[in-house]
Design a protein around this ligand. Structure first.
Ligand SMILES: C[S@@+](CC[C@H](N)C(=O)[O-])C[C@H]1O[C@@H](n2cnc3c(N)ncnc32)[C@H](O)[C@@H]1O
Length: 265
């Protein structure tokens, strides 16, 4: 408890009941006093963390799928993550993705919605997607005035309003479902092999153990498609081992890990 008091003394502004954090990349995040953990890494930043730990690995994976080989995906990912800023300069995969033929939208499980960064940035880059975001702590009303990065701030307010009113946001070939409640219960409701992507972005395993257990990874394995990817900030040995134990290939990189499947049919 003493530790929490000391930590929160460093914050001078609050958003709703949570201290607000200005990150190194000048984006903002929050410190969750219940979980005693920030929603994002302060040193990398909410914006950069979302882009480099989740969006970019998925883009690279999709691009590798498009070129019909996941063989060199791990080495490409490890090289890119040593200098992820280089991504914007010479690997404009987002343009390429717009032209990729897809027989259906990319299905994404977003564990969990939190402040919505992963969901909003996905809607910014992936024109054809279905996002399912469980979240037990509904902050939708207050988040409408959250200082999001300029790139998606006004869109975020529109999305949050729709989610708060209807539980869903839809625009052309994009759909985002806010699933209010326990993620584990929602997982029971999806068919096998449903998801192409999972953003594994729960709080840490010490604070949020139900979303890092072997049993949980078994569920993810059942719910993901034959060629699918899980992105995460986590790098702990036991987490990589759990993912491998249930059948995923695991790749640790400079900023986190990815777990993926590569079965042809
Ligand atoms: C690190 S934050 C997610 C940040 C989010 N991905 C973003 O982009 O802003 C983790 C979130 O998981 C939620 N959470 C933790 N355990 C949960 C559970 N069992 N079911 C649903 N939500 C849960 C917390 O309330 C918190 O909002």
């Amino acid at each position: 408890m003493q530790q929490q008091t000391d930590k929160t003394q460093n914050f001078c502004r609050y958003f709703a009941e949570y201290p607000i954090i200005q990150c190194a990349d000048s984006s903002f995040s929050l410190y969750n006093t219940h979980y005693q953990q920030g929603y994002h890494s302060k040193s990398l930043g909410a914006y950069n963390e979302t882009l480099y730990k989740h969006i970019v690995p998925v883009m690279l994976f999709q691009e590798s799928l498009h070129s019909h080989s996941l063989h060199d995906f791990p080495s490409k990912l490890v090289a890119l993550m040593k200098n992820p800023q280089s991504f914007n300069h010479h690997d404009n995969l987002s343009n390429l993705l717009r032209d990729l033929p897809r027989f259906r939208p990319l299905r994404i499980l977003d564990i969990c919605f939190g402040l919505g960064f992963n969901a909003f940035m996905t809607l910014h880059y992936f024109v054809d997607c279905e996002i399912y975001s469980p979240e037990k702590n509904n902050l939708l009303k207050t988040l409408r005035s959250f200082p999001y990065p300029a790139e998606f701030a006004s869109k975020a307010r529109d999305i949050l309003e729709n989610l708060d009113t209807n539980g869903v946001y839809q625009d052309n070939n994009q759909i985002l479902y806010f699933l209010h409640g326990d993620a584990l219960e929602f997982l029971q409701t999806f068919p096998k092999g449903f998801f192409d992507v999972v953003f594994q972005d729960a709080f840490s395993q010490s604070q949020n153990p139900e979303l890092w257990s072997i049993h949980y990874f078994e569920k993810l394995f059942a719910l993901t498609a034959n060629r699918s990817i899980i992105t995460t900030y986590a790098k702990a040995k036991n987490i990589l081992e759990s993912a491998q134990y249930v059948g995923f290939k695991a790749v640790k990189h400079a900023l986190g890990s990815v777990f993926f499947k590569d079965y042809s049919q």
